[in-house]
Write a protein that binds this ligand. Structure first.
Ligand SMILES: Cc1cc2nc3c(=O)[nH]c(=O)nc-3n(C[C@H](O)[C@H](O)[C@H](O)COP(=O)(O)OP(=O)(O)OC[C@H]3O[C@@H](n4cnc5c(N)ncnc54)[C@H](O)[C@@H]3O)c2cc1C
Length: 615
């Protein structure tokens, strides 16, 4: 279609106003001479009740609706051919608007692997720490929060940044029981999960502004206080269709000079770009934008009807995701669980009034109690050693299988797996997250669960995938969703670690003092005892944890990278990717705090390097 509106020019155009995109936009527009436009497909949802009130995440109101892309995977061979739903926020603020608020960091060694895979120590834990701190304003816990487990690790935290971070104002008594059990099972008490050692029990902070107990998304942090800046343009309800390129001589890096987008009526518009295009459309959205723009594997592009501008076969490859599962028990002798919010409208309305009046009660709570497991928490030493030698001897086999005929990426996957196995061997890999949900969280719909029963759930999310899949376009039409294939459980270590983590989660349910509320196991169910039973059950119920990463991986070009350590897309002069898609190795943590740190670092690099990208 023809362009019908004049094309305004901006120094930087940011595609996707999500967690990373708005962070970069805010930082760049701190300089009043720099003109930035953000193009966001979703709407501004900052005053939606389901977004603002922390406890409403338990009733799932903001996922599955208009604020959600609702990506669906292709049939997953290792999960009985099931197609899994992957939620991702479609709003100004992206997934930080709809996520479960947990705000912590991963194990130090995992970030250190980011640095060593890229021969760049500025990407290791210590290099990223100033950006973690810069991104947040953390508040000390109040008396109630301290009494219910909050311990802030101030030397590792920031107190002047834009993302407001604190604790919820309500804690279920069951959560305290759970933390005691964890200590009994050998998990030492940590602080807030930000010092790089995550194999301990912590109450994490949440992206909650404790001054009024409301969610602080990247829109709250990086848009609402600054949108009046004359150099900061944000367009919502517009979907980017492609990057536009200057005619480029063959053999030269491609130069972007505009971005094309459509509005809600499907009308086509363009904006011009003076300096750079920054792609921040998320792990499943950013490869799509690049591919629609002609950057990617030319066979895939051709099949979708897109002309290749930059041949870069790793775009959309190397995708991984955390895998969700749980163990559920009937809870007895408890006053209430989180389920009452969905089950009892009168009670819900009372709680809503309490929250509105004084920002306390069940709706002021968000999940926070968790621990990350090490290999020796879930395996015996005897079981570990044959598993590791087998993985070591099959490095090339799996790298070839996961890299889709891309020889450079196969090398990159070998490098990643080598880094992961080194962490397995030194017991610093973090295999799974075990956390507690004072209510039901599982695969059985409410009307099929025993009526009137209360539940307690111990989650076992598998967090350290060696499996790698892909996400690619299948059409040149922007409204066709990409084919998402995280290839869950394609590596035998993933299967073994996940199954053992569920067995460990079951142990939490019955260990004193949790046994005082244990009324029998509901899921997996006592008939599923052995690892083989649990494995078969998981194949039929495991779900996405909504943490896709790595689909535009930051790695050297010879290891199949899509972006370099400045996050510049190889083969382009002035296009960067800034979001969770660049993670060089999956991290065992909820990703938002790390996405903010990556975006802060990116903004810093862009500001320092402006003169290099002048066209
Ligand atoms: C339900 C759920 C629960 C989660 N819980 C937690 C948690 O408790 N703690 C935690 O740390 N993490 C959690 N996460 C994950 C975390 O929120 C994400 O990893 C992180 O926010 C990703 O940031 P991003 O910048 O990469 O992408 P996003 O924040 O998703 O931003 C991408 C943006 O790009 C926009 N976009 C995409 N395509 C286009 C296009 N073509 N044109 C214009 N705009 C486009 C999207 O609408 C979106 O706004 C959760 C995620 C979900 C979905």
């Amino acid at each position: 279609a023809a362009t019908v509106t004049p094309s305004p020019a901006y120094d930087y155009v940011i595609i996707g106003g999500g967690t990373a995109g708005l962070t970069v936009a805010d930082r760049l527009t701190e300089d009043p001479h720099v003109k930035v436009a953000v193009l966001e497909a979703g709407q501004n949802a900052e005053n939606f009740q389901e977004v603002v009130i922390p406890g409403l995440i338990f009733t799932g109101q903001s996922i599955g609706g208009v604020l959600d892309w609702q990506y669906t995977t292709v049939p997953q061979a290792n999960f009985n051919g099931r197609q899994l739903l992957i939620h991702a926020g479609k709003a100004l603020g992206g997934s930080s608007v709809t996520n479960a608020l947990i705000f912590h960091r991963a194990q130090k060694e995992q970030y250190d692997a980011w640095g060593s895979l890229n021969n760049d120590p500025s990407w290791n834990f210590n290099g990223l720490l100033p950006y973690f701190k810069k991104s947040e304003h953390v508040y000390k816990p109040n008396k109630y929060q301290s009494e219910t487990g909050a311990i802030l690790n101030l030397p590792f935290r920031g107190t002047k940044g834009p993302v407001q971070v604190g604790y919820g104002n309500f804690e279920y008594p069951q959560s305290n029981l759970w933390r005691t059990v964890a200590a009994k099972l050998g998990f030492v008490r940590g602080t807030d999960g930000t010092d790089g050692e995550t194999n301990n029990v912590v109450v994490t902070t949440d992206s909650i502004d404790p001054r009024n107990n409301t969610r602080c998304s990247s829109a709250c942090a990086h848009y609402t206080p600054f949108f009046k800046r004359p150099n900061f343009t944000v367009m919502t309800n517009v979907t980017v269709t492609r990057i536009l390129w200057k005619d480029t001589a063959k053999g030269k890096d491609a130069v972007a000079d505009g971005v094309e987008y459509i509005d809600l009526q499907g009308k086509v518009h363009t904006v011009s770009v003076n300096h750079e295009v920054i792609v921040s459309a998320g792990t499943l959205g950013s490869p799509k934008v690049l591919e629609l723009s002609g950057v990617g594997n030319s066979t895939i592009l051709k099949a979708a009807g897109v002309k290749t501008v930059v041949s870069l076969p790793s775009v959309g490859e190397n995708l991984s995701d955390h895998v969700h599962s749980w163990a559920n028990a009937f809870a007895v002798n408890v006053t209430y669980t989180a389920d009452i919010l969905a089950a009892n409208p009168t009670f819900f309305n009372e709680q809503l009034e309490i929250w509105k009046r004084n920002r306390t009660g069940l709706l002021s709570n968000a999940p926070a109690s968790l621990t990350l497991t090490s290999p020796t928490d879930v395996f015996t030493r005897q079981a570990l050693s044959p598993l590791l030698s087998s993985a070591q001897s099959k490095l090339t086999f799996y790298a070839n299988q996961f890299s889709n005929g891309n020889a450079a990426l196969a090398k990159g996957i070998i490098a990643q797996h080598t880094a992961s196995l080194k962490m397995w061997s030194s017991n610093t890999e973090r295999l799974s997250e075990i956390n507690f949900q004072p209510g039901y969280l599982g695969p059985t719909p409410q009307d099929q669960r025993p009526q009137g029963a209360n539940f307690s759930t111990v989650n076992a999310a598998f967090d350290a995938p060696l499996s790698r899949g892909r996400v690619h376009i299948t059409s040149s039409n922007v409204s066709v969703p990409p084919a998402v294939d995280p290839a869950y459980w394609s590596h035998p270590l993933d299967v073994a670690a996940h199954v053992k983590s569920v067995q460990l989660a079951r142990k939490f349910l019955t260990t004193p003092p949790m046994n005082t509320i244990y009324g029998g196991e509901f899921e997996p169910g006592l008939d599923k005892k052995t690892d083989a039973d649990v494995e078969a059950w998981l194949r039929s119920v495991a779900a996405s944890d909504f943490h896709p990463m790595g689909s535009n991986v930051m790695l050297p070009k010879e290891l199949g990278g899509v972006v370099d350590t400045q996050l510049r897309v190889y083969g382009t002069r002035n296009v960067r990717v800034v979001d969770a898609s660049i993670f060089p190795l999956p991290i065992s943590a909820h990703p938002q705090a790390s996405v903010y740190a990556v975006a802060e670092k990116a903004a810093d690099m862009i500001k320092k390097g402006v003169s290099n990208t002048e066209l």
